[in-house]
Design a protein around this ligand. Structure first.
Ligand SMILES: [Zn+2]
Length: 124
């Protein structure tokens, strides 16, 4: 069993989408699904419970960026309507997936670092 005395920054783990404990094992099995456990250190990911947190943050951040970008493109550059459809139709889902991966990994790393979990009356 490897030692885990080395500190892994939640931000670094989130950017690389790596294990919050060792920073080496991959966190996702495909685009957004979490693995059962870390390949490198064996950390069980059963504690992961991000809920709707990443989606809410992604909606607010992406909505701000895309609406702001569309308004700037329209009123500063006079982009035609079909270019808006092409630009935002491709860019929005792509940014959404990337942002969701980052935010999900960040919330998992913060949950691990802060030992956040549901409140219990007794330890079992
Ligand atoms: Zn690990």
């Amino acid at each position: 069993m490897p030692s885990h005395t080395q500190f892994v920054s939640p931000l670094a783990a989130a950017i690389a989408c790596r294990c919050p404990r060792c920073g080496k094992g991959k966190l996702f099995v495909n685009v957004l699904n979490i693995r059962d456990k870390c390949d490198a250190c064996g950390l069980d990911y059963k504690f992961v419970d991000t809920g709707d947190g990443p989606a809410v943050f992604a909606i607010f951040i992406l909505g701000f960026l895309c609406i702001g970008g569309a308004l700037i493109a329209e009123f500063e550059f006079g982009v035609p309507w079909w270019a808006h459809v092409l630009l935002w139709g491709i860019l929005t889902p792509l940014l959404g997936v990337l942002l969701l991966r980052f935010l999900k990994a960040l919330l998992i790393a913060l949950q691990f670092k802060n030992k956040a979990e549901e409140g219990r009356l007794s330890k079992e």
